[in-house]
Write a protein that binds this ligand. Structure first.
Ligand SMILES: Nc1ncnc2c1ncn2[C@@H]1O[C@H](COP(=O)(O)OP(=O)(O)OP(=O)(O)O)[C@@H](O)[C@H]1O
Ligand SMILES: [Mg+2]
Length: 117
């Protein structure tokens, strides 16, 4: 059996007391491709943001490459090889901003001069 890269168990997350995720578990192994399907508001993005360190979970446990992870951040997730491409593309709608700023899993930063001309 291939190596388990990500394991999430009994994940819970609420926003202002409203449950977005309740008792969600997930296992991803090397070489697998998964599609996460659900209606609008089902919690897909919230789960991916927890796995990539953008949100902290309220409940549950997370392992990355066999190591249990307590406090994952976007930076520490990136160091472990986890990146997320966010669906909210309207963040990039401003041309002047796009010329001067670049986004990465750890947030907005200045572009290298060679990228902006
Ligand atoms: N930052 C937030 N603050 C408050 N509520 C949030 C936040 N992020 C998500 N939610 C709520 O959590 C629930 C799950 O949202 P989420 O964006 O994870 O769903 P989704 O499955 O990705 O939906 P979609 O298909 O529309 O992208 C929704 O009720 C949403 O309103
Ligand atoms: Mg979403």
């Amino acid at each position: 059996m291939t190596e388990e890269l990500v394991r999430a168990e009994h994940i819970g997350k609420s926003f202002s007391g409203v449950a977005a995720l309740r008792d969600v578990s997930l296992s991803l192994r090397s070489g697998e491709v998964h599609a996460l399907l659900g209606e609008n508001g089902a919690g897909k993005s919230t789960l991916m943001k927890i796995v990539s360190g953008v949100y902290t979970r309220d409940a549950g446990e997370l392992w990355i490459m066999g190591e249990q992870v307590a406090d994952l951040t976007p930076h520490s997730a990136q160091e472990r090889g986890i990146a997320i491409i966010h669906q909210e593309l309207n963040l990039c709608s401003s041309r002047p901003k796009a010329r001067g700023s670049c986004t990465s899993p750890t947030g907005w930063r200045s572009c290298p001069r060679s990228w902006t001309g």
